[in-house]
Design a protein around this ligand. Structure first.
Ligand SMILES: NC(=O)c1ccc[n+]([C@@H]2O[C@H](COP(=O)([O-])OP(=O)(O)OC[C@H]3O[C@@H](n4cnc5c(N)ncnc54)[C@H](OP(=O)(O)O)[C@@H]3O)[C@@H](O)[C@H]2O)c1
Length: 385
């Protein structure tokens, strides 16, 4: 029986993870859940699974849960609560489905404590990949990707020697707008951008998928997870979202990983690896697919992808600046303060104009502080423009 904590259990990844665990009660036991704002949902989850440890963001949240839960778990608060839970002796696997830089806390401290970290949170790798890798090395834990393309690559790597792989290819659905003419991008509203054609996800990642910023972050993530350089990571638009990634070997062979677009698959694999679970999910019927197509990315429509490659080549802290600024800009777009087309423009401006107040060290505390500074700078820029 593996004991599991789900960080961000009230979100899209967290809920999918709970549904997998629910189907295998003889294999997995939930011993911890964390949430930020959805306390009612956390209460239902906690009572259903009788979870002994919980984390909420604020003292008021803790008091509300204490008053409303029908049993008495231990309830921790804030960043310290996330750290304590990720290092509990009795936990074996951490599923990190928190959105944003706070995902770094369980990823870093969990790896340092030698746990298996099933990582969906991409911000931690984009902003602090070196730090996460250091924790992996020194703690002796396991880092298993949950992001679908990276899980797919992880599975492909099991079949081929690394020295024979020349290139990796990440596929992108292209989001709702890849076939639109560039002139029409000015008119994109949050409602249009939130309608993702193939995946059902949280709002931040859905907007990032529409700008292809998400794919840019995934390029950086692939570099941090697997050590491939920017030059050996390619992105192709594949609107059917059936092929999640490909690897090209030195003799020119291509290997692809295919499945239906369902995050329960990579979550389950990260839990069971190197075993596989017998999942009762709908499977891909190749005979029903009318065709699989692949297209190059038009960078004039999706400059965020170019910015990601540039930030990756420039190295720390540029990927962090890109990610922090993007968090603010996506929120501003959703609140109708900026246009869709302003996201890449203001990202580039932040990358060029953010002034460093000191030489930043790659520690969890400094990364969280720098992240806040970049966010404040980006907010200022939105107001000034
Ligand atoms: N959804 C997908 O299919 C998918 C695929 C690949 C990768 N990912 C990555 O997985 C992560 C989660 O994505 P998601 O779509 O599941 O997001 P989501 O639906 O917005 O859920 C985010 C979760 O994190 C919690 N949370 C948010 N901010 C927090 C903070 N500052 N401190 C503590 N907890 C916080 C939320 O709590 P409350 O809801 O209670 O506020 C919620 O439980 C992201 O990094 C995303 O890029 C997601």
């Amino acid at each position: 029986m593996k004991r599991i904590i789900i960080f961000g259990s009230t979100g899209s990844i967290g809920s999918s993870a709970l549904s997998i665990v629910d189907q295998f009660p003889d294999k997995y036991q939930i011993i911890g859940l964390t949430a930020r704002s959805q306390l009612e949902k956390l209460k239902v989850q906690a009572e259903t699974f009788r979870v002994p440890y919980l984390v909420v963001e604020s003292e008021e949240g803790r008091k509300w849960l204490q008053a409303n839960l029908n049993y008495k778990p231990e309830i921790f608060v804030g960043d310290e609560g996330l750290r304590v839970l990720s290092q509990l002796d009795e936990v074996e696997v951490l599923i990190v489905g928190i959105t944003g830089i706070k995902g770094l806390i369980p990823a870093y401290y969990g790896l340092l404590a030698g746990k298996r970290v099933a990582l969906a949170n991409k911000e931690s790798l984009v902003c602090a990949g070196n730090l996460v890798n250091q924790a992996l090395l020194s703690g002796g834990g396991e880092l298993i990707p949950v992001d679908s393309e990276h899980s797919s690559l992880f599975q492909l790597f099991c079949c081929e020697r690394r020295s024979y792989i020349r290139k990796i290819i990440l596929t992108a659905s292209g989001g709702p707008f890849w076939q639109w003419p560039l002139e029409a991008f000015e008119k994109i509203t949050p409602e249009m951008a939130l309608r993702h054609p193939t995946w059902k996800m949280g709002p931040r990642i859905t907007i990032d998928s529409a700008t292809l910023m998400n794919k840019g972050f995934e390029v950086i993530e692939a570099n941090q997870l697997f050590g491939f350089s920017a030059e050996t990571i390619e992105v192709l638009i594949h609107p059917q979202s059936v092929v999640h990634s490909l690897i090209e070997t030195v003799d020119g062979s291509l290997f692809a990983h295919l499945s239906l677009a369902d995050m329960r698959l990579p979550i389950a694999y990260a839990l069971s690896y190197p075993e596989r679970l017998n999942l009762p999910l709908k499977t891909l019927n190749l005979a029903e697919i009318s065709g699989l197509s692949f297209h190059p990315v038009d960078i004039s429509k999706f400059p965020c992808l170019k910015l990601a490659y540039e930030a990756l080549k420039a190295g720390f802290p540029y990927p962090l600046i890109l990610e922090s600024a993007d968090e603010v800009l996506v929120e501003a777009f959703l609140e109708r303060k900026i246009k869709f087309t302003e996201i890449p423009l203001l990202l580039e401006k932040t990358l060029n104009e953010f002034k460093f107040t000191k030489a930043w060290k790659e520690t969890v505390e400094e990364i969280l502080t720098l992240h806040s500074e970049v966010k404040a700078f980006t907010e200022g820029m939105i107001h000034k423009r």
